[in-house]
Design a protein around this ligand. Structure first.
Ligand SMILES: Nc1ncnc2c1ncn2[C@@H]1O[C@H](COP(=O)(O)OP(=O)(O)OP(=O)(O)O)[C@@H](O)[C@H]1O
Length: 249
């Protein structure tokens, strides 16, 4: 589903501030894998996600999604494959608009410009059914401005909205970093459930090793822009949580 071949990303090339943020990464991620990327600050995790999403283009190397070379495609041109959720719960939604209107906008994300989606009874029912899956009782609040919800509720809805339109890849960049433990738990469980229900290929960047252990089918460690450890599904299954803490702690 995702193939990175000898990817490099250098910022500020030729200047004193030059950084080799991603430094020769080869990675093959198969359909339906839940990959967790861990590594210390500045090791290149977010840059790697940006290279996959297209919000950053590589200095060299290639990116393929679903066997299509997308190396030179911008992020909006990759949006039919990719949904992305960031750290800040405010970044994925429009505060003043109702939950329902936010879902309407999300449904339009990858549709041709000029297309509109009316808030029909069928659409409302579909949104309510999807929200009910979260088990947070938010299906009865769909006319409420989304800005009135807690960060965790909002992030769970952002996740749900991000997979409204048949995308295949879900990129999660520290989606729980700004949340309290209970909200973080809800968001991670939602991500896991959506990933399974929609058979998504998911990549999570996190500093939380417990989440990495609980949710990852594969765990990758980055250091200085390189992948230095890649624990595949078979080895992950045999792994104890403590092993992970010893390696990365
Ligand atoms: N747009 C940019 N311009 C210049 N340098 C950048 C840019 N984006 C990232 N970098 C640098 O590239 C390196 C990798 O950054 P990146 O954000 O990918 O690391 P990270 O592993 O996600 O870190 P963190 O865990 O702190 O979020 C860092 O040294 C960072 O300062």
């Amino acid at each position: 589903m995702i193939t990175l071949s000898n990817i490099h990303k250098t910022f500020n090339r030729g200047k004193a501030s030059q950084v080799n943020a991603v430094n020769g990464v080869d990675l093959n991620i198969g359909d339906g894998e839940f990959v967790v990327i861990v590594g210390s600050n500045g090791s290149g995790k977010s840059t790697l996600l940006n290279l996959i999403s297209g919000s950053t283009l590589p200095t060299s190397g290639t990116v393929a999604l679903d066997n299509t070379d997308v190396t030179r495609l911008a992020d909006y041109q990759r949006s039919k494959w990719i949904a992305r959720v960031f750290q800040n719960p405010l970044s994925g939604t429009a505060s003043e608009l109702s939950i329902l209107d936010n879902f309407r906008l999300a449904a339009l994300r990858t549709k041709p410009k000029g297309l509109s989606i009316g808030v029909t009874d069928a659409f409302k029912l579909d949104v309510k059914d999807r929200i009910a899956l979260l088990g947070l009782g938010l299906e009865n609040k769909i006319t409420q401005p989304i800005g009135t919800l807690s960060g965790g509720q909002r992030q769970a809805l952002t996740l749900l909205m991000s997979v409204m339109d048949d995308c295949k890849i879900l990129l999660l960049d520290e989606p729980t970093a700004a949340l309290d433990p209970k909200s973080a738990d809800i968001v991670m469980k939602t991500a896991d459930q959506l990933s399974r229900d929609f058979k998504l290929t998911t990549i999570l960047v996190t500093h939380n090793l417990k989440d990495a252990y609980s949710y990852g089918s594969r765990i990758i460690q980055m250091v200085e822009g390189k992948v230095i450890k890649d624990i595949d599904t078979k080895h992950k299954q045999a792994l104890k949580q403590n092993d992970l803490f010893e390696w990365f702690g």
